[in-house]
Ligand binder design. Structure first.
Ligand SMILES: *[C@@H]1O[C@H](CO)[C@@H](O)[C@H](O)[C@H]1NC(C)=O
Ligand SMILES: *[C@@H]1O[C@H](CO)[C@@H](O)[C@H](O)[C@H]1NC(C)=O
Length: 232
């Protein structure tokens, strides 16, 4: 009897975690360092979670086409803090496009031809944006509870919540405030509503029309009974 119960529990646990891990695979994006090149990360399913990023040069093959040997000679060249830039701009989004100028803050090796390489995974999460003054509604199926993976209030691009807004209100894309308030009020609940407004999150950039971006997953409340996690 004990063994049987144990097996059932393990099976249920396995079903839940297998589903979660099955969707996660590591993606790599590589962009050679030219001002007009765009570094693009995207997830068909789930949201971006940046694992590692390198701006510089770690081998002599990547982005080597047509380049003289001396521009490939230093393979131990990287800019500090690159991964933080990528995380700040891209984590929790479905698509993230960066101009190389945004990433390049210093020249870690003068005369060497550099590139940006990002490794990221797509976390199986529900993702949505709620425009300023509107209500964000998070909910899970019966028997499941919310776990907030990330929430940001501000503006990271010019397209989200831009309809009929003057340029002056959407052009600041470097305004984002990571917030734990969504997690604080929603984690462990089956559904939850929160207002995307300055009164809740404070104002990270006056004059900019903002939005609340949330990524969350639904988790099994307990291992008893049926709980099929379907996050999409
Ligand atoms: C990305 O992953 C590949 C394969 O595991 C690895 O060789 C590479 O060094 C990683 N890139 C960074 C920037 O960590
Ligand atoms: C990279 O370095 C290796 C060993 O130093 C050399 O054999 C190879 O030709 C180089 N490749 C390029 C593209 O320069």
């Amino acid at each position: 009897m004990f063994l049987f119960r144990l097996t059932t529990t393990l099976l249920l646990a396995a079903t839940c975690s297998l589903f979660m891990t099955a969707v996660i695979s590591t993606e790599t994006a590589v962009t050679c360092d030219d001002s007009f090149n765009v570094h693009r990360l995207s997830c068909d399913i789930g949201v971006i979670s940046v694992q590692a990023a390198l701006y510089g040069r770690a081998d002599n093959e990547t982005c080597s086409a047509g380049r003289p040997q001396e521009q490939l000679a230093n393979t131990d060249c990287f800019q500090e803090g690159t991964v933080d830039i990528l995380r700040r701009r891209c984590d929790g989004k479905k698509v993230c496009e960066l101009n190389m100028n945004t990433v390049r803050t210093t020249d870690p090796c003068n005369g060497i031809y550099k590139y940006l390489e990002t490794n990221y995974t797509c976390l199986p999460a529900i993702h949505f944006a709620t425009c300023e003054h509107s209500l964000a509604h998070l909910h899970c199926d019966e028997g499941q509870v919310i776990f907030v993976y990330g929430a940001d209030y501000g503006r990271r691009d010019m397209t989200t919540c831009s309809y009929k807004r003057p340029a002056s209100q959407i052009e600041n894309v470097h305004c984002t405030r990571h917030t734990s308030k969504v997690a604080d009020s929603c984690n462990g609940k089956n559904s939850c509503t929160i207002r995307a407004s300055n009164s809740v999150f404070g104002d990270p950039c006056g004059g900019t029309y903002k939005y609340l971006e949330v990524a969350y997953v639904c988790e099994c409340k307990s291992l008893k009974g049926h709980c099929a996690v379907s996050v999409f």
